[in-house]
Design a protein around this ligand. Structure first.
Ligand code: FES
Length: 437
């Protein structure tokens, strides 16, 4: 996909605040210089916002203050001026009643901060579930050059020789305590075994799915999604991202250039291949809305239907994000889809190159973690869109994570109706019907 770079040098947006010697310019620039910044940093070079969701109340993102320093290194190296600022951090583990209630509020915070400040481009520092879509949505609305760097997943959880994934394992252990299969002391010991390092959840839950979506959409550098939070390569990724955004500003490469319909179609298929979260549906629809791409629930059904799930990660499979990274991470998945004619290879990415150029030479280092398309974890992955009288506007299901017994469900004895979810023999479509109990 061709992208026409803007001419450089040219006057940037930030110069409306910092350029010249008027009273207002001196006011804006002078206050910034109380931080010890030399005058020549305001000479017209790109001013890059580092939009940070760091918060100690969002433990998945608590290391992002440190990681931002690496982004700053990269920005300075490329000749930009970094300015870090906080935005609302919608952390999943503490916010009540649910972080989802705050996603749009967070996106408004991002949008207004970017619009109102002398920022030419922005690095979006994300991690926990809702932080990725909220920052992408806000940046898309303003449509200045933007790039994502994720905090990365936690190390694998291990408890008594078994992998322990974030989330699901906790619910299972809680049930085991109730059933007398696990002592309360063991349960408390497992608590620390689950969360061994900084980072987001180590399963293919919403955080890793959305990091994968950012990469599949072309909004992050290739390989960003899976690098563990504490791996030195995560810091390298942050620094390279800082370097890249400066060039993006010079080229005027904006979210609306990257987030085309092709990019969303790629992301939907990637979500099927990774066994990604159903939450990706609502977030991608919202991001698409911000850039004016007419994406619908039916697109998820149509595009995801033929995509096999090839990533063998919890909750669909058995491994965790650390192993996904060691196997080659998301670039391997994208390459597999490309080889199966399930990818728009010419979709543009923030690197300025097409997505196929980013992945065509990668290798799969563990074919049990990332399975070949010819021998997938689930032949029909993706997101199934359910419609029926229980959900007239549609509901979604992730077949790869659903146990076979869930594919047909009879309601409890207190319900006045019985619901069934049945896979029709002739199609991959799922449907819901109700009938009297
Ligand atoms: Fe933050 Fe899972 S709770 S990523």
């Amino acid at each position: 996909m061709t992208f026409k770079k803007a001419e450089w040098p040219r006057k940037l947006r930030s110069q409306a605040w910092y350029g010249g010697d008027s009273r207002d310019t001196i006011y804006h620039r002078g206050w910034m210089r109380n931080q010890g910044l030399p005058a020549d940093l305001f000479d017209g070079r790109p001013v890059i916002g580092i939009c940070n969701t760091w918060s100690e109340l969002t433990p998945c993102n608590a290391h992002l203050r440190d990681l931002a320093e690496r982004v700053k290194h990269g920005i300075y190296e490329a000749g930009g001026l970094p300015v870090e600022f906080p935005v609302f951090s919608a952390g999943e583990s503490s916010l009540r009643p649910t972080a989802m209630m705050y996603r749009n509020l967070a996106s408004m915070d991002v949008e207004e901060a970017l619009r109102a400040q002398p920022i030419d481009g922005v690095v979006l520092m994300v991690g926990c579930d809702k932080t990725t879509p909220s920052l992408l949505m806000g940046a898309c609305s303003v449509d200045i050059p933007a790039i994502v760097v994720s905090g990365g997943p936690m190390l694998n959880g291990w408890f008594r020789g078994e992998r322990v994934g974030s989330g699901t394992a906790l619910w299972q252990m809680s049930e085991d305590v109730k059933a007398g299969k696990l002592t309360r002391e063991d349960f408390l010991e497992a608590e620390q075994s689950m969360s061994r390092s900084p980072g987001s959840c180590n399963t293919m839950g919403t955080a890793s799915s959305m990091a994968s979506m950012a990469e599949a959409l072309g909004m992050a550098l290739s390989g960003n999604a899976a690098i563990p939070a504490v791996d030195s390569r995560r810091r390298v990724m942050a620094q390279l991202t800082g370097r890249r955004i400066v060039q993006m500003v010079k080229d005027d490469l904006k979210p609306s250039d990257v987030l085309t319909r092709k990019a969303f179609e790629n992301a939907i298929r990637v979500n099927g291949a990774i066994g990604g979260s159903t939450n990706a549906v609502i977030h991608l629809l919202a991001i698409a809305g911000r850039v004016g791409v007419d994406l619908t629930l039916d697109d998820w059904d149509r595009l995801g239907r033929e995509v096999p799930t090839i990533v063998n990660l919890m909750p669909s499979g058995k491994y965790l994000m650390e192993e996904f990274f060691y196997a080659g991470g998301l670039p391997v998945v994208i390459k597999s889809l490309g080889e199966a004619a399930l990818l728009h290879k010419d979709a543009l990415t923030v690197s300025g190159r097409e997505i196929w150029e980013e992945v065509k030479n990668v290798r799969n280092w563990n074919s049990d973690v990332i399975r070949p398309i010819s021998d997938p974890l689930t032949p029909q992955g993706g997101i199934a869109v359910l419609r029926g009288n229980l959900a007239p506007k549609g509901a979604v299901l992730k077949p790869s994570a659903a146990s076979p017994h869930l594919m047909r469900h009879r309601g409890g004895r207190w319900s006045s109706r019985i619901s069934t979810i049945t896979r029709r023999a002739s199609t991959t479509r799922l449907w819901i019907s109700t009938r009297p109990a």
